[in-house]
Write a protein that binds this ligand. Structure first.
Ligand code: ARG
Length: 450
């Protein structure tokens, strides 16, 4: 009976399982021909590599399924306990690198079942009762998305917090505000930074609603039509920390790829805001603007020009959206499918994982990058030229009783009414303006998003 958990990884065993799996996949039927050469590799594709990101979630989903089987008496309590122990061991071995998910297996799902069968013998063969790889893969992807979106959310919140802190310290740091990339009105660094903080809050709020949608279990829908067993679907959902069950099995199957798409869309809004911020940074770091300097911890040199100090990191932040947008496109074109499971859906894993990892890596860089910025206060202030106070002049005349349109025309010629940049900023008193940032409102909103 029980083998050592490492046995599957010994050389001999690798060879054994290799021949075993290539010729005798999980779904092999009695008397069927061997798969043609190359077919197995084509079927599996990158699956086994991608499944490394999903493996622990697949184990979690399998444990929940087994709990359901124990509850309805398909497996005994002692069998259930043996399964849970074996799966815990598999998880540990995988995390410690003593079990490797590799091309010996068609995918992570097969690896789990082969492991359980090796480990528990006859009992292991019961693990897949009432389950299909179709709901298995849906389940582990669901758990992956829930968990990884929560990581994205935390990274987003971390970035927002640093933006707010920086803004607090730069309430008096003036800079020109631009429209059409032309100087428009005086502004402050605080207003500019909080612009991104609040936009990122919108994105996090959207993540929350996506996570709410994802909070549903497809487990028990099997191949897409249910099974002739009384599976306790609500209980297995709860065992996985999911609060709802996807009721209809066809709908559950059809959510494969669609939920991935919804996730990637949500990620794209975060990166859209990061892209805009990175664009501003790259402009403000040029000697033409000369507003911002970035520490050498976050800039690069040139291989040929000793004088260069390049914003490669900022440019890669800007480019990260292209990866997620590409992933969205890839899944969108993949989803032109009839209802029910189709193997095409396997190809939605790669863009999901790629987009998720790119988003996390990008957001994770932001706090330190923000802290590496130096704002060149004098240059920024000097770039605020007198004509930028024209709107202030017009509104001053409105306060003296003129209509805005007359004051507007008047201010084009008026050299007498001098308003300084400081006065302009001090009078930006309506909520959100430089003299009334609404920091408390923003903080309260952020707390509500956590
Ligand atoms: N690797 C497959 C996928 O990602 C697993 C499901 C296979 N299901 C099937 N009916 N062939 O879709």
């Amino acid at each position: 009976m029980p083998n050592n958990s490492n046995d599957l990884n010994t050389k001999q065993n690798k060879e054994h399982t290799k021949t075993h799996h290539k010729n005798d996949v999980l779904w092999a039927a009695e008397g069927a021909q061997k798969l043609a050469p190359g077919v197995m590799a084509y079927l599996a594709g990158e699956d086994v590599v991608l499944d490394q990101a999903l493996f622990v979630y697949d184990i979690q989903g399998t444990q929940a399924h087994l709990q359901g089987l124990a509850q309805i008496g398909i497996i005994s309590e002692s069998e259930y306990a043996a399964f849970i122990d074996a799966l815990d061991e598999l998880k540990t071995a995988f995390e410690q690198g003593t079990f490797s998910l590799d091309e010996r297996f068609e995918d992570g799902h097969s690896a789990i079942e082969f492991y359980l069968t090796q480990k528990l013998g006859e009992v292991g063969k019961k693990a897949h009762t009432g389950r299909s790889r179709n709901d298995q893969v849906l389940t582990c992807l669901r758990l992956y998305m829930q968990d990884q979106m929560a990581v994205v959310k935390q990274l987003g919140i971390d970035a927002i917090e640093v933006l707010i802190e920086l803004a607090e310290g730069h309430q008096d740091t003036m800079m020109p505000g631009y429209t059409h990339l032309q100087r428009a009105m005086p502004n402050t660094v605080a207003v500019w930074l909080l612009g991104f903080a609040e936009s990122l809050m919108d994105d996090v709020q959207h993540l929350n609603s996506v996570m709410h949608l994802l909070d549903a279990s497809p487990l028990g829908t099997a191949a897409g039509f249910g099974v002739p067993l009384q599976l306790p679907r609500a209980e297995t959902a709860a065992a996985m920390g999911l609060s709802r069950v996807q009721i209809n099995p066809v709908s559950a199957q059809n959510s494969r790829g669609k939920y991935e798409l919804i996730c990637l869309h949500a990620l794209s809004y975060l990166l859209l805001d990061v892209r805009r911020f990175a664009w501003d940074l790259s402009l403000f770091m040029t000697s033409e603007f000369d507003f911002i300097q970035m520490g050498s911890s976050h800039t690069t040199g040139s291989s040929i020009m000793p004088n260069k100090n390049n914003p490669d990191v900022v440019e890669l932040l800007r480019a990260s959206l292209s990866v997620v947008d590409g992933a969205v496109q890839q899944i969108q074109s993949l989803l032109s499918l009839p209802s029910g499971y189709q193997r095409d859906l396997q190809l939605s894993k790669e863009p999901l994982i790629k987009g998720m990892q790119k988003t996390q890596a990008t957001l994770a860089l932001l706090p330190e990058l923000l802290q590496a910025l130096t704002f060149k206060k004098d240059q920024m202030k000097d770039a605020i030229t007198s004509e930028m106070m024209a709107t202030d002049q017009a509104l001053e005349k409105v306060k003296q009783g003129q209509s805005f349109r007359d004051a507007y025309l008047d201010s084009k010629q008026d050299d007498e009414l001098i308003i300084t940049a400081e006065q302009s900023i001090d009078q930006r008193v309506s909520l959100g303006g430089a003299a009334n940032l609404g920091l408390n409102f923003l903080r309260v909103r952020l707390e509500g998003l956590v």
